[in-house]
Write a protein that binds this ligand. Structure first.
Ligand SMILES: Nc1ncnc2c1ncn2[C@@H]1O[C@H](COP(=O)(O)OP(=O)(O)O)[C@@H](O)[C@H]1O
Ligand SMILES: [Mg+2]
Length: 424
């Protein structure tokens, strides 16, 4: 049996806490997986930024990328490595680069998702490019903003068509506000979207490969309280619908790691923001849910590295469109889209892989999240984000919530430990 090594690269920006936890848990796991006649070890390294020859080989089997959306040197290196070296990356960089919020709305409207009614507006002002005046003079129609507002009905959300991080998002309640916000929007290209109002629940569904995790979200709370620790806030049917929605979106766009925001009004869940292919991964936002994310990341990246999962370089939307044309109720179509997603994410094979090769992960992670090293990782992130006089209090707050996760998951960790021991 040959001993081989797979390498996972972490392509990082300002991430502090999750890489520290990921690296230390991986070290403790010290994997030696029997895979197709080889004994496979997995090493983790941070990817450095430096000049490179386009024809040079790539050291990594998998890269967890957190930079593509804004740091172009790394994005282009990743694209080169996918094209030339068979690298597997979370997420597909071409898709991250080109799929704006508007594209995701259009595609999912076409698949039948109840996206709120949305209009695109030409911007209020422009860069003075040489062709601008002739173009606008000939083709830009004067329009009545108030009429668009009336058509949609208030309240409305005005937000950039390619937005993220709540930048430029505002709620408008009447025509005067609409005109004022539009005047202030400058060169941003804006959507007007009918508000889901009132809504009775707001959920974020984080997807990582075939794994999903639901969190009730409190948008009006302070950053550290937005991800709530609520449980049982949706019925099993609703949980299945939100999972199928997220898997469909993620498989459609080639995003292994993405989060989908949906608001419930009456019986209907309206997805409103699901172009988030570099989701918040910080303990300072996720707190209680942070260990889930680190473990999900380990499972999926190890699976991809060890099995040498091939990267889907092109997206292939036709099977989804074929289902969209079927004359069957939406829920049935959604199930059929999600079945494609489960196949593309190899859900069954992944579950089997985890049960067989990562049975000790639950216990190792559970132990780790009780150690000083884990607490240091929390403190490091808090120190980077909070003023000095708040570091202690917030470190304790997030730590307490991570410990609450441990208390709630102690039985699971002990059970897997027992099974692991029995099978040894
Ligand atoms: N159609 C809508 N109905 C109700 N609330 C909305 C709607 N669109 C946006 N919001 C609110 O505004 C926030 C930011 O909008 P979102 O589309 O998520 O933008 P971003 O991509 O910047 O996160 C959402 O989290 C939600 O609280
Ligand atoms: Mg959002």
């Amino acid at each position: 049996m040959a001993t081989v090594t797979r390498r996972i690269g972490l392509s990082l920006g300002a991430d502090i806490c999750w890489p520290l936890c990921y690296e230390q848990i991986m070290k403790q796991l010290d994997l030696a997986i029997d895979w197709q006649g080889d004994r496979v070890g997995v090493e983790v390294e941070r990817v450095s930024i430096e000049p490179y020859d386009l024809r040079q080989p790539c050291r990594y089997d998998v890269v967890l990328d957190r930079l593509t959306h804004w740091y172009h040197t790394s994005r282009e290196w990743i694209k080169k490595a996918i094209l030339m070296d068979g690298l597997y990356v979370l997420n597909n960089p071409w898709s991250v680069q080109s799929m704006e919020k508007q594209t995701t709305y259009c595609a999912m409207m076409q698949l039948g998702m109840p996206i709120p009614e949305t209009w695109m507006l030409p911007p209020k002002s422009y860069e003075p490019l040489p062709d601008l005046q002739p173009t606008l003079r000939s083709y830009a129609r004067l329009f009545d903003l108030g009429a668009v507002g009336k058509k949609l009905g208030y309240p409305i959300f005005m937000k950039p068509y390619d937005g993220g991080g709540w930048k430029g998002v505002s709620r408008v309640d009447n025509e005067a506000q609409l005109r004022q916000r539009y005047d202030e929007s400058g060169k941003l290209v804006m959507h007007l979207q009918k508000a889901v109002h009132p809504f009775d629940s707001f959920v974020r569904c984080i997807g990582l490969g075939p794994q999903t995790h639901l969190v009730r979200y409190e948008a009006g709370a302070a950053l550290h309280d937005r991800y709530t620790m609520d449980r049982d806030f949706v019925s099993p049917d609703e949980a299945a619908l939100l999972r199928d929605t997220t898997l469909t979106i993620n498989a459609f766009f080639g995003w292994d790691f993405n989060s989908c925001e949906a608001l419930r009004q009456g019986e209907v869940w309206h997805p409103i923001d699901f172009a988030n292919p570099c989701p918040d991964s910080q303990v300072t936002s996720l707190h209680y849910h942070f260990p889930w994310l680190v473990k999900a990341n380990i499972r999926w990246s190890v699976f991809c590295a060890v099995t040498k999962r091939p990267m889907r370089r092109t997206l292939d939307w036709e099977p989804f469109y074929a289902i969209a044309r079927r004359d069957v109720p939406y829920r049935e179509r959604l199930r059929a889209y999600a079945a494609i997603a489960e196949e593309r994410f190899e859900a069954a094979r992944f579950d089997e892989f985890c049960a067989r090769h990562l049975p000790h992960l639950d216990e190792v992670a559970w132990e780790f999240f009780g150690t000083q090293a884990a607490k240091d990782a929390v403190r490091a992130k808090v120190t980077a984000l909070f003023p000095a006089h708040e570091v202690e209090a917030f470190t304790e707050l997030f730590w307490k919530r991570v410990q609450a996760w441990r208390a709630d998951n102690a039985a699971g960790a002990a059970a897997t430990a027992a099974t692991t021991r029995e099978s040894q």
